[in-house]
Design a protein around this ligand. Structure first.
Ligand code: SER
Length: 311
């Protein structure tokens, strides 16, 4: 049976590229893009439905009408914005997940993808090579919503057999669509500023090392996880996922290899505290062992690719 997917949050940083990748793989008609906002890529071939993922009955109607079997729930409020709007972040991040999990429980869809994050870890978690299991204690609303969501995914899988799959994404770097409201977003903005101004004033400190990943790797990982048999990619598990780790200073040094005039200054703001609470690097050995994960991009390839596309 051909897969038919619905992507919630298709206008976002990950959603934009996921829609393109899924359409390439399954055919345009098999992939319905949806977002609470109007279609931002109307030139793209393929169906779009304007839909608020918080509206459970509207969501159910689309699932039934369009005979959707797989949902990618990419609508979320990220860490920095979440601290400004804690109630809204909790409501959006949790209620949309419950709506989709209930669709699974009721047998209306067969498979779900729900993104988790390195934000599930907190100040008491080990910083280097942070393992899959261990002390979590997230300190942001976003992190609390992601850790709670992971537990609910596990619960719906164990209790109702829902096939829900998840990855703990690191900071994601891409050029097709800008991120919004995250702590790791500096690693995208820096490229635009480097090319436009030759200078970037960074809101994190020079040495704030964080786990990061180029978007192509994140999309590959997502498709591989969703395609793998459930004996390998285990439903209910939110897999640690690693690509590369670097600090703002290391990133700026790499950019200087291409743009020797580039300069950076540092003015850490409230996001520094969030970055301090997260791991510096991630142990993703479960993902490597269970479903064969391996990233393609390191720091130098990522910088080269970003600059080549943005120039
Ligand atoms: N990139 C996200 C953020 O910074 C982390 O998952 O909020």
């Amino acid at each position: 049976m051909p897969q038919k997917c619905l992507i919630l949050g298709a206008n976002g940083q990950i959603g934009t590229e996921l829609v393109i990748a899924l359409r390439k793989k399954l055919g345009n008609g098999q992939v319905i893009a949806s977002d609470v906002k109007p279609n931002k890529a109307p030139d793209q071939e393929g169906p779009f439905i304007q839909l608020d993922a918080l509206d459970e009955s509207a969501l159910r109607a689309v699932i039934v009408q369009e005979k959707i079997d797989t949902v990618y729930l990419m609508a979320a409020m990220l860490s920095a914005t979440g601290e400004q709007h804690p109630d809204l972040a909790w409501s959006l991040n949790m209620n949309t997940l419950f709506h989709v999990l209930r669709l699974g429980k009721d047998g209306l869809i067969q498979r779900i993808f729900w993104p988790s994050s390195i934000a599930v870890f907190g100040p008491s978690s080990p910083k280097d090579n942070t393992p899959q299991l261990g002390i979590m204690e997230p300190s942001t609303v976003y992190g609390i919503s992601k850790l709670s969501g992971e537990m609910w995914c596990q619960y719906y899988h164990q209790k109702y057999g829902v096939d829900v799959r998840s990855l703990r994404y690191p900071g994601l770097i891409s050029y097709k669509s800008a991120p919004g409201g995250g702590t790791t977003d500096y690693a995208v903005t820096i490229f635009y500023e480097a090319l436009a101004q030759g200078h970037y004033n960074c809101y994190l400190s020079a040495e704030a090392t964080l786990p990061m990943m180029y978007m192509d790797d994140a999309i590959d990982a997502t498709l591989a996880l969703m395609d793998a048999p459930s004996t390998h990619a285990k439903p209910g598990v939110a897999y640690n996922l690693a690509g590369m780790s670097f600090s703002p200073e290391e990133l700026s040094e790499e950019i200087k290899k291409h743009l020797p005039e580039f300069s950076i200054s540092y003015a850490p703001d409230s996001r520094q505290k969030i970055a301090d609470s997260w791991p510096k690097s991630i142990d993703d050995s479960w993902a490597r062992k269970d479903w064969g994960w391996k990233p393609k991009y390191d720091l130098s390839q990522m910088v080269h690719t970003m600059l080549a596309h943005l120039k």
